[in-house]
Design a protein around this ligand. Sequence first.
Ligand code: IPE
Ligand code: IPE
Ligand code: MG
Length: 234
Amino acid sequence: MEENKIPAHIGFIMDGNGRWAKKRGLPRNFGHNKGAEVFKKTINWCRELGVKCATFYAFSTENWRRPTDEVEGIMNLLRRYIKDIRESAKENIRIIILGDITQLAEDIQFELSDIMDSTKDNDGFIVGIALNYGGRDEITRAARILAQKAANSEIAPEDISENSIEELLYTAEMPPLDLIIRPSGEQRLSNFLIWQAAYAEFVFMDVLWPDFSKKNLEYAISEYSARNRRFGGI
Ligand code: IPE
Ligand code: IPE
Ligand code: MG
């Protein structure tokens, strides 16, 4: 495939873990465990295919509505995965966490800040992990920072541009989002990267995330490469 036909940045909405477990008569958290394994493999597949950056939706600002035992299960899974994430750093991978981590347990916050800091000079690949992430929350946060600067007379309201908002988003140091892949059959964004998705391509797939394979990824990329992106032009 031609270089420009490969998306630089793919967003993955890792959905369908619960249904995957239910189909097998297993508790929902089994689906989350399996989903976390697929997350790890997908990073390698992306690298093999020439993608530069992948962002994974792991926990939304709305997912707190789930039963406590499920939320705790996901947080414990995250604690276990932090080790694997550290391993990735050895492969020249930069990790960027998207979302308000101050709402997470202190030990997790500490680990995540440390991982982001210790991988910030890695330039082989970028992995974004969206945790307690919401697109509306992300934009609100940027608005609040700019409003504070205006109130302090550091900037004038008319200086606020799309660029100044973009610089305050969690994706500021990532390549533009080219493609969003959502498995599980749902066709919505569920508050994922809503600003960044303005001109992204979407590929919705029926496969449940724990069954997502390299073939599925290749299919989504070939779909993407056949699209005609006009960005408002002709
Ligand atoms: C996605 O799978 C994982 C998270 C939201 C944490 P779900 O848990 O939403 O799986 P379904 O949609 O219920 O099948
Ligand atoms: C989106 O999936 C969030 C993540 C994958 C982390 P959800 O399962 O929470 O989305 P809805 O509720 O179906 O929109
Ligand atoms: Mg779901």
